[in-house]
Design a protein around this ligand. Structure first.
Ligand SMILES: [Zn+2]
Length: 289
């Protein structure tokens, strides 16, 4: 198969009202788990690598690998740079095989966010790569476990008129919006603003993206999907489950443990979690092979 762009994957999702999961990877086992889960569920899928994780694995190593594995999959797979924090890193991901890049200018002023996103769109589109932008700001707690359970004080809700203007001015292919979710696992249950989501969906020409999926209930996901969310980013809950499964394995193995005991635990735990998300997002049985 070829590598799919975000646009290829999200256009049918928006039309048929389901969402495609975008799952972050930080190891080869996670890429395998996501692709195998998607194949077993006959679902398209998005594998994501976050710019902040480039300290674990450089972009120039992981993207060629993501591209190669995505192309070998039996289902449509897109490979996206998640939360690209600079023009340079988005260009690097593009150069090394990403079929989509997210440029996150959500902590900039509106004008700066538009200007920077426009630059990324110009280059990405010229090489057939899709772009996701963000307007409003989904609070960041990712990679900062000490902040867990604290108030999501840096959340900025997306303004529908600003979203419409942003799409028009930048030409993005998908838009990440902020309607009450936060990154990471929060002790506080998120209260989603569905009214705001419906208003954004009404004026948006592109599929909408929900970040910070880990704290959201299955019913709330379904409601979001009915209101135009076609891509759901989901990571922290999976990461936490994998870490706990490794802890269990280490604690409950009678014999001496070895490093090679760990990859199968990552693969199996990750795969089960992904399959359950795919079913909730309704992207199962959308492809045949
Ligand atoms: Zn995110």
């Amino acid at each position: 198969m070829t590598l799919y762009t975000l646009k290829d994957i999200l256009t049918p999702a928006r039309e048929e009202k389901y969402a495609v999961g975008s799952f972050n990877i930080i190891s080869i086992q996670m890429i395998r788990a996501i692709i195998e889960a998607a194949e077993e569920e006959y679902s398209p899928v998005i594998i994501a690598f976050a710019d902040i994780h480039s300290k674990i694995m450089p972009l120039e190593i992981i993207f060629p690998l993501m591209k190669k594995m995505a192309k070998q999959a039996k289902v449509p797979v897109a490979a996206i740079l998640d939360h690209g924090m600079s023009f340079e890193s988005t260009m690097k991901a593009l150069k090394y095989g990403a079929s989509a890049v997210m440029y996150d200018g959500s902590s900039l002023s509106y004008e700066q966010n538009v200007a920077k996103t426009q630059e990324v769109v110009k280059v990405a589109h010229s090489s057939g790569v899709s772009v996701e932008g963000e307007i409003g700001h989904v609070a960041m707690e990712e990679d900062n476990p000490d902040r867990q359970g604290k108030k999501r004080e840096d959340l900025i809700y997306t303004n529908p008129e600003e979203a419409e203007k942003f799409i028009d001015e930048t030409g993005v292919d998908a838009l990440a919006i902020s309607i009450g979710t936060a990154h990471g696992i929060c002790l506080e249950k998120p209260k989603l603003d569905f009214n705001r989501l419906a208003k954004i969906n009404e004026v948006s020409e592109v599929p909408l993206v929900l970040h910070g999926g880990s704290g959201v209930s299955d019913d709330d996901f379904k409601e979001c999907i009915q209101n135009g969310v076609s891509k759901i980013n989901f990571f922290s809950r999976i990461s936490n489950s994998i870490a706990n499964a490794i802890k269990d394995k280490l604690n409950n193995t009678e014999r001496e443990v070895y490093y090679q005991d760990i990859p199968p635990v990552i693969l199996e735990t990750c795969k089960e979690k992904i399959k359950s998300r795919i079913r909730v997002f309704g992207s199962n049985n959308r492809v045949s092979f």
